[in-house]
Design a protein around this ligand. Structure first.
Ligand code: TRP
Ligand code: SF4
Length: 333
């Protein structure tokens, strides 16, 4: 029997290259090795965006379309929407009962989120009860399928630590070994910076989306920061000081491309504009098949809907089994 992984993403709408390189590519590989559960964390979205739900449905669909286009295969993995598996909410209740308040209060990820809310809304900003429950709900996501591993970025490891603590506490309290203590499975992939050299993010307007057209991608790449000390195109350049464009070459170019770019740049044989135009071509070629698939799913929303419904039903079937066990172990009616 394959070991199991569970991972989720909040529905932030159309995904960017950072998501692709940092998360989805990793999932795509892992799905062949593990029994994989991938879900859109729409309840987690509500912990902070409970007042901005106009685009929520659309955002969920966009995330799933991006996954499918990048090769997350519904025949191989279970793809679902968190809120379509209400068993998770019931497990969340049981886990809430046994989680000491100070465990959630000291969660560093949550402290960061609270800080952001206060900086936006002022010192008197509200931190809702649901947000405090973020790590417990996340534990319910993971324990719902009695997962062995959780593929995440390093920013999420503190949450998984709490999950391990909760699983252990459950086992101790109810004298069982039912729950695994899930371990984080850290992504080791290229971190891609935004076009301006800062962290890539939707709200920073420095991202390239998987769904961007070739034209938009090229336009965006042309704005990427290069070697700032370079004045004319025949000045010798410094690829290692080329803050964004050369980094992208290192991620998307072949060994041969990277060598050629370095060599021509250092000799002053390559202008930055030409260099970036060529880079855009390489990137567009890489994303062409993904974007073609994306177009197909956009034109067939009924197929996406079916995948979401069927995946969520499949997840529910498994979740119900786990929940029945949990109810029995606790001693519920
Ligand atoms: N907190 C995660 C994030 O912001 C999303 C998430 C919710 C998640 N539940 C999860 C990730 C369970 C892994 C497992 O990215
Ligand atoms: Fe960067 Fe290319 Fe310009 Fe060299 S030529 S500085 S690698 S963009």
């Amino acid at each position: 029997m394959k070991e199991r992984i569970v991972s989720g993403m909040r529905p932030t709408g159309k995904l960017h290259f950072g998501h692709y390189l940092g998360v989805i590519q990793n999932w795509e590989e892992l799905q062949h090795k593990y029994d994989s559960y991938f879900f859109v964390a729409d309840w987690h979205a509500l912990t902070t965006k409970y007042d901005k739900t106009e685009t929520l449905k659309e955002d969920v669909i966009d995330v799933v379309i991006d996954w499918l286009s990048c090769g997350i295969d519904p025949e191989v993995s279970t793809i679902y929407v968190q809120s379509l598996v209400p068993e998770i909410a019931e497990l969340n209740v049981y886990l809430s009962m046994i989680t000491p308040q100070n465990w959630v209060e000291r969660d560093p990820c949550l402290k960061d989120m609270a800080k952001i809310i206060r900086s936006k809304d002022g010192a008197g900003a509200q931190i809702n009860y649901g947000l405090m429950g973020y790590p417990v709900l996340m534990s319910a996501d993971i324990m719902m399928f009695n997962s062995n591993f959780v593929p995440v970025g390093s920013d999420q490891v503190a949450h998984i630590e709490i999950t391990r603590d909760i699983a252990r506490r459950f086992n101790n309290l109810y004298k069982t070994d039912f729950f695994n203590e899930p371990k984080p499975l850290l992504n080791h992939c290229a971190l891609i910076c935004g076009l301006d050299g800062n962290k890539m993010g939707k709200s920073f307007h420095n991202d390239i989306k998987i769904s961007d057209t070739e034209e938009i991608t090229t336009k965006k790449i042309m704005t990427a920061i290069t070697d700032r000390s370079r004045m004319r195109k025949d000045d010798p350049g410094h690829p290692d000081d080329c803050e964004v464009a050369f980094k992208y070459w290192q991620i998307f170019g072949s060994e041969q491309d990277i060598q050629t770019v370095r060599c021509e740049c250092e000799k002053g044989l390559r202008g930055c504009a030409d260099c970036k135009r060529q880079l855009a071509k390489v990137i567009n070629a890489r994303f062409a098949p993904i974007r073609e698939k994306r177009k197909y799913y956009e034109e067939h929303p009924e197929i996406v809907e079916k995948i979401i419904r069927e995946g969520s039903e499949k997840a529910r079937t498994e979740a119900k089994k786990v929940l029945q066990n949990v109810r029995n172990i606790i001693g519920m009616y």
